[in-house]
Ligand binder design. Structure first.
Ligand code: KMH
Ligand code: ZN
Length: 270
């Protein structure tokens, strides 16, 4: 089995300090959280930027500062979000791709997102994919529903997404696919054979899905964007604590954890 890629989703766009006091918000805090997550076993950091008030921003300059600060500390793969927050315009969301990061997320369809709608029209999915292709940025395809795999295969047919595709199954978002293991199996068997995949379980789904992915040969995303607890009712001290827990479970189950360079090879990054 391939080594395990652990992604740390450090901040997200929805979580606040009110519910998770240890949430990293400033570029310095995000870079420090990335470094700690790297030391705990993360090979990718999925990053959402925040402005000076702590609100989600897709501003190019803020992402640039975060990217440079992370790169100064460690060799972890920097993966900015192009999902942003539900209220960001597509143009705002695309800004971090101009930094030519090794990877960026590419949301593969529209779905309900709690009380909101997360909009990803065909026109904009194509624009996002084209830009990533032009700038040699590997998409991590965010799948919130089964139909989004079909959308991705249509993008592939149009030459906008290249094999091998890397998927992130985001499971347990209220309004989208459940966090049940049978749904993970369904998603896993629906993607091309040469594709790689990771799973981001939301809230209480994080740990069971992570453990299942370790056993199935998939990869794992954890972090405050998805889940703020280290165990039922106990807030995590840091993103690194969540990463360390996954690394520990992987070790117990006999799956080695990938370094960033090993993750680059598994994901065919240049
Ligand atoms: N914040 C969500 C609306 C991504 O990062 O690409 C979208 C999201 C996906 O988090
Ligand atoms: Zn995200």
């Amino acid at each position: 089995m391939e080594k395990l890629i652990i992604t740390a989703a450090l901040t997200g766009a929805e979580v606040t300090r009110d519910v998770q006091p240890n949430l990293p918000l400033t570029p310095d805090e995000i870079a420090e959280a990335a470094y700690e997550a790297y030391k705990a076993g993360a090979s990718i950091v999925h990053v959402h930027a925040r402005d000076e008030e702590g609100n989600p921003t897709q501003d190019y300059e803020v992402y640039k500062e975060i990217k440079e600060k992370i790169e100064a500390k460690c060799p972890v793969i920097f993966q900015p979000s192009t999902g942003g927050a539900v209220w960001h315009s597509p143009e705002e969301r695309l800004q971090p791709v101009d930094l030519k990061p090794e990877m960026a997320t590419l949301s593969a369809g529209t779905c309900n997102f709690g009380p909101d709608v997360f909009m990803n029209s065909e026109e904009y999915m194509e624009k996002f994919a084209q830009k990533m292709l032009d700038l040699n940025v590997k998409p991590e395809v965010e799948v919130f529903e089964r139909g989004m795999i079909n959308n991705t295969l249509i993008l592939r047919k149009k030459g906008l997404v290249k094999d091998p595709i890397h998927f992130d199954f985001v499971m347990g978002v209220p309004g989208a696919i459940t966090g049940e293991i049978r749904d993970l199996l369904y998603l896993q068997e629906s993607i091309p054979e040469d594709a790689t995949w990771t799973v981001a379980g939301i809230g209480r789904h994080e740990l069971p899905l992570a453990t299942t992915a370790i056993l199935l040969g998939g990869h794992v995303r954890v972090g405050f964007e998805d889940n703020i607890y280290i165990e039922k009712g106990v807030l995590a001290e840091s993103n690194a604590q969540l990463v360390a827990k996954v690394a520990r479970i992987a070790k117990e189950l006999g799956r080695e954890v990938a370094t960033p360079d090993e993750a680059r090879k598994i994901l065919n990054l240049k």
